[in-house]
Design a protein around this ligand. Sequence first.
Ligand code: CCH
Length: 289
Amino acid sequence: PNAAEVKVFTPKFEDYQKVYDEIASRLEEKDDYDDGSYGPVLVRLAWHASGTYDKETGTGGSNGATMRFAPESDHGANAGLKAAREFLEPVKAKFPWISTSDLWILGGVVAIQEMQGPVIPFRPGRTDKDMSACTPDGRLPDASKGNRHLRDIFYRMGFNDQEIVALSGAHALGRCHTDRSGFEGPWTFSPTVVTNEYYKLLLNEKWNWKKWNGPKQYEDKTSKSLMMLPTDMALVTDKTLKPHVERYAKDEEAWFKDFSAVLLKLFELGVPFTESEQNRMVFKSSHSS
Ligand code: CCH
């Protein structure tokens, strides 16, 4: 096709499903990374792209994919996300019509669904911006802090207490890496499957300070192989947040429903969509028939 024809190409649902399928098959193929999946780090990329949103100024958020550039890529909170961005590069090369900012969010959607989590409806419409749209450092949460900090950060994005707790269950996935955040270890025994184990462990395990030279983090008494960050523990020491942890620990279905809704909201923060909400796409997972 010549340049003019490429320009008028309007992708439809089927085209986005093809991108979904490509990401899903790369996830399955590249199973020698970390705990056996790029899924968790893809979820973290989509979250850090979105979580810079500031509702007062309308700046930040997933529209723009400004983490392609320093200084944002060099912000301490984004350490290690290069692995996720590079994982998606061949997908962008194969489907050049998708914006990098839509692709990073779609990567998060695919990862959640392929790791047996809930369906996350998706709307395209993000456009890539230049480095002048990079957000200032300090918009993402600092794991060494407590409940006041969590509220400052998540209220700034427009979330409430229940939504803070629903989002935090993402830590069922993946792990901390000493060469990225300084923290060490996974939160659950199944870091590549979406479950409500994070909430169960927060409530049912006994957590002690880990004895080591690294940053302050908790270690479970039973196996000494799991971890919680100070911000994770804030969800059960705060009287208003804890009842939500209890509800999600008891009822995985309720959490799946709320997790899907809150991720959808996170991923859409600050995006000037032209597609209506009714036109959100629901992708078929590779394991559904
Ligand atoms: Fe997180 N997260 N996160 N997190 N996070 C880390 C890893 C993951 C905080 C700190 C950290 C969310 C909320 C918070 C994921 C998803 C979400 C790490 C380790 C730190 C530190 C990074 C490393 O060393 O590789 C703090 C503080 C908050 C405050 O609320 C939210 C919300 C989400 C998604 C909805 C995922 C997934 C990971 C694992 C990444 C991996 O590479 O395994």
